[in-house]
Design a protein around this ligand. Structure first.
Ligand SMILES: *Cc1c(COP(=O)(O)O)cnc(C)c1O
Length: 400
């Protein structure tokens, strides 16, 4: 691999010429990763507190993932389609059920299509019970559920929705963490309530226990399904395998994706038996979802993250991160929020320029909304690395 600055410029130029411009990227080219550090083509190191947006839970170049990929590759079966049985697909579904409330799993490819599958299953469930007009979805302000027409309809952000209307009809909204608002929005036409136990893109807002408990009761009272979108907060991120386990409130359907296969694309819809009973052969399908290569790697990732010691170290490091952040003496910090290694620092200035300064200091951060700087590092990050990241943020804020 060439490692000169001319090479970086060539890549940036090539992207500008040929790649659709929906992303604004910084002008370096990443070529390699090790642990929680990424390296660009000029040899500059970046401490990664983004993890591919809460994806790379085991960091980079993890020996276990490499071995799982080698084992899966050695079978020659990258993909065979969902027309046939494969062992990794079945074993992963079993592991996900054994480590959660779920009785059945359906695989998808992304978070957005996991949520769209969940919406389809919720409608199917209501129809199966003889309610043809029960097809609406209740979602919440500040939510992010994806960028496809159904998931986008449940993502109430004007700049995301406006250019693409009409979206899927039948989505209504209530205020997050406001049970009275949810009660007022609820009626017999709603087949499902979808909520992120911790809103991610909306600015790292954890739900309260009373709110999730109240939604559970509200859904039950209306024979609607409760869907937890754990695409970002699930799979160890909060220091619990599933975020709902930290709240003691169980959903009927849970959607997962980002970290599931350690960086390979994979999503999953976890559900109770009563939901599964309403779905029949041919109701939903995907060509690639749950292919044996990705499923084998995901089984390795889930197996490691589910270890109690692994989850305990996430909780300990999350607490350490919040304590260090609280010690920053800056008038720009308004609030620090989060659970485990999903932490947001709300500023009184825009987060974008702070993230950009991070690049100059060799630190990768990502914003969550206009003024929140988000920490979603690999879950294997070391305490010293977290301390270094906080020091850099402190220096950036001091120089504003
Ligand atoms: C990222 C995200 C999604 C969408 O996932 P994609 O894989 O980008 O489609 C959905 N819900 C939540 C909570 C997310 O953070």
């Amino acid at each position: 691999m060439t490692t000169t600055s001319t090479h970086a410029q060539e890549v940036v130029q090539m992207e500008r010429e040929y790649v659709l411009g929906v992303y604004t990227r910084p002008p370096f080219v990443l070529v390699r990763g090790e642990g929680c550090t990424l390296y660009d083509s000029q040899g500059q190191a970046y401490l990664d507190c983004v993890a591919g947006i809460a994806v790379n839970v085991l960091g980079y170049n993890d020996p276990g993932i490499r071995q799982a990929m080698a084992e899966a590759a050695a079978t020659g079966l990258l993909h065979v389609s969902n027309l046939y049985h494969t062992e990794p697909h079945a074993r992963l579904a079993k592991l996900l059920c054994e480590t959660s409330f779920a009785d059945k799993v359906h695989f998808s490819l992304t978070g957005a299509d996991a949520n769209e599958g969940a919406f389809k299953f919720a409608r199917r469930y209501a129809r199966e019970r003889g309610h043809p007009d029960k097809y609406e979805i209740l979602a919440f302000h500040g939510a992010f559920h994806g960028r496809l027409f159904g998931s986008l309809a449940a993502t109430p952000r004007e700049q995301y929705q406006a250019p693409f209307r009409p979206l899927m009809p039948g989505v209504r909204f209530a205020a997050f963490n406001d049970l009275a608002s949810a009660q007022a929005a609820m009626d017999s036409r709603v087949c499902a309530i979808i909520v992120e136990p911790i809103q991610g893109e909306g600015g790292i807002h954890p739900a309260t226990q009373e709110f999730l408990q109240g939604l559970r009761e509200l859904a039950d009272a209306h024979d609607a399904l409760l869907i937890f979108d754990e695409v970002q907060c699930g799979l160890g991120r909060t220091g619990h395998l599933w975020a709902y386990q930290g709240y003691g409130v169980e959903p009927d359907i849970l959607t997962a994706a980002k970290p599931l296969a350690g960086g390979l694309p994979m999503g999953a819809i976890l559900m109770r038996q009563k939901v599964a009973d309403a779905i029949h052969p041919g109701d939903h399908a995907s060509t690639f979802a749950g292919n044996p290569f990705t499923a084998h790697v995901a089984h390795h990732v889930v197996g490691r993250v589910a270890q109690p010691e692994f989850l305990a170290q996430v909780r300990a490091k999350g607490q350490y991160l919040v304590e260090r952040l609280q010690e920053i003496n800056s008038p720009h910090i308004r609030e620090i929020r989060g659970q485990g290694l999903m932490v947001g620092v709300e500023l009184d200035v825009e987060a974008g320029p702070v993230v950009e300064r991070g690049y100059e200091h060799g630190l990768l951060l990502v914003s969550a909304g206009p003024n929140v700087v988000r920490f979603v590092p690999p879950l294997v990050i070391q305490q010293e690395e977290l301390a270094r990241a906080v020091e850099i943020l402190e220096a950036i804020l001091a120089a504003l």
